[in-house]
Design a protein around this ligand. Sequence first.
Ligand code: ADP
Length: 438
Amino acid sequence: MNPKLLFWVPVALRLAFGAAGVGVLWWWLGPTTALWTALLLVLGMALVQLHYLFQLSGWLDNPHSAKLPDGWGEWTPVFSRLYRMRRDDEKNKAELTEWLARFRQAMHLLPDGVVIMDDVLFLEWCNPAAEEHLGLRQERDKGMRVTNLVRSPDFMDYLILGRYDQPLTLSFRGRKLIVHIIPFENRRQILVTHDVTETERTDMMRRDFIANASHELRTPLTVIVGFLEIAASEQLDKDTRQAHLKLMMEQGHRMQHLIEDMLTLSRLESLDHPMRAERVDVVQLLQRVQRDAQALSTGKHEITLDVQGGDVMGSCDELYSAFGNLAANAVRYTPAGGRIDLRWEDTASGVRFVVRDNGIGISREHISRLTERFYRVDKSRSRETQGTGLGLAIVKHVLLRHSGTLTIESEPGKGSTFTVNLPKSLTASPAQLAAHAA
Ligand code: ADP
């Protein structure tokens, strides 16, 4: 039914009943009694209205805790509608609080920074990622101008010029950030920061790798093409031709080594090739490494092997590649007559492989960079000895896949010690050894 009718019909009925009652009294007991009765009725009704008005006013002062009365007469629908409104309001509020909590949680977990500023760039709110990216503190900096907090000329120019159709690439506090500004709600703007430091670094590494690899391949290729041009344009005697062929072959092998090493590295880095752990027969593996080193040395070095530690679980091929690279380096960077010791031993934290030489050594400033791809202390020496500049990068990746570490100690002119530490988790258990023997 129409709410207006619902209100007015009982009121009209009550008034009609009252008037009829007074009319009956007038006819029966005379006008004086009827008028006094009417006056008392009006007074009673006024008192009832005042009572409920007083209750309503008390409830409005404290609508949370005070309970609404049921009411009487026309007050009943008023109070019940107020009660329904209050209940809906509380439900909406609870929903809103829940949404706000979820929104806050999402903003806390967001890897991108979000800053809400007013139209004159005063900070209103920011999430933890924005605090980290821009060095802000929500509690401390609220109400301060963002350009005073983020002190960077590029950032200030960007905000002052207000050309927000293009994002800003900002270098700030050792990070590379992509900054977007999005105006919203007439007088507010959202600033979003996206950290691209890591992506930039890997992009740069990839670019460097391609440039280095191309350079490394171009040098031997130039030599080969040069000799081929000579051979095509001149009649060469047999000795010269033989000498040219020998040099071309050397350059060809160099390219071959380089490509093999690049493929090994890419396999090691690829997620599609997870490390397959098998029991590694360390004595057999290290004897092979020693034999290869002896072949490379052609009897010019004394190469010893001492195996004290137990077997490990790991990738045989990968460990052979890593240990072989370390032993080959020891041969290549130790002058003839030098000594190279290969040692395998148990340690408190696992097991270690040590390659010690008394070769040319490495000065301190180079040590931390040796495992970078194509990093060489002496380029010409590395090339003379068929080096690709990728050997220690391969070692690093193999060890990463085996949760191992490499430490390098060296003194120029005295020699170097390369130590591979493998964790206890890789040391083969008796059950694994028995399973393999069966
Ligand atoms: P390369 O193919 O040039 O040997 P590596 O990655 O194996 O590349 O080694 C990087 C550089 O580390 C080498 O160029 C060399 O300068 C240095 N190096 C590695 N092992 C030794 C060592 N045992 N003694 C001296 N220098 C070494």
